[in-house]
Write a protein that binds this ligand. Structure first.
Ligand code: CTP
Length: 217
């Protein structure tokens, strides 16, 4: 029997962000949003009050979840900050790290043989939530790594002042972006636990078990 999260307010971010170049083009990524939606679903089933900030994904809204749809990293940041205060923030979205410096109001016409785009860094929503005056009690991040998973994940845990980070190794079959299955290793200051390989539904449930344990400390 899963433990109740009744009375807890949980903000989950999920899916990709799309950074517009002009009225018809954008820079995006292959995040399906499935992991974040599975977490939002599982948290609502445990009676948490869940706000799901979703990038552009065609997934149905989980039952009893408040969904706010956004497109860009800037919009996601605004929606997440507006949803504070909360007991818990889970940043499962694949937020674009860079966005075009300028968005053209009209369709960019082809001209030369090459085209150079200038991109600027987006604000790190996860780090901002973790250092916010209204910081949730627990801030959980995600990391997609192709190598040295533990080292990179622990570095992000420290650098962004997180309570936990869930790392998945991308580029291996049966896990990651588009799959219904996943395998994660969750790291915190004095421990770690491997979850899966299993369905994203199962992983979401096990991740919430770990989080509930931490909230009790
Ligand atoms: N994230 C965020 N805002 C951003 C970029 C990332 O909130 N602008 C969050 C994601 O939701 C996820 C975690 O940060 O929880 C992923 O971090 P990642 O982008 O992998 O880490 P970086 O520190 O950017 O490291 P690198 O790109 O070098 O792997």
């Amino acid at each position: 029997m899963s433990e109740s999260l009744a009375g807890k307010r949980i903000i989950v971010s999920a899916g990709p962000t799309y950074e517009d170049l002009d009225p018809v083009r954008f820079i995006g990524n292959r995040s399906s949003g499935k992991m974040g939606f599975a977490i939002a679903t599982a948290a609502a089933q445990r009676d948490a009050n869940v706000v799901l900030i979703a990038g552009p994904v065609p997934l149905p809204t989980p039952a009893a979840v408040t969904r706010i749809d956004v497109r860009s990293a800037a919009q996601m940041r605004e929606a997440v900050l507006a949803a504070l205060p909360a007991d818990l923030y889970i940043g499962a979205a694949a937020v674009a790290d860079y966005t075009p410096r300028q968005v053209s109001g009209s369709k960019i016409k082809k001209s030369g043989e090459t085209l150079t785009l200038e991109l600027v860094r987006t604000p790190d929503i996860l780090a901002e939530v973790a250092s916010h005056p209204m910081r949730p009690r627990l801030v959980v991040g995600f990391a997609a790594e192709t190598e040295n998973v533990a080292t990179h994940a622990r570095d992000k845990l420290d650098r962004k002042q997180l309570d936990m980070i869930a790392a998945n190794q991308v580029g291996i079959a049966g896990s990651g972006f588009e799959s219904d299955d996943n395998a994660l290793t969750v790291y915190w200051s004095d421990g770690e636990r491997a979850l899966g390989p299993a369905s994203k539904k199962q992983i979401a449930s096990e991740l919430l078990d770990l989080i509930t344990e931490r909230l009790r400390r």
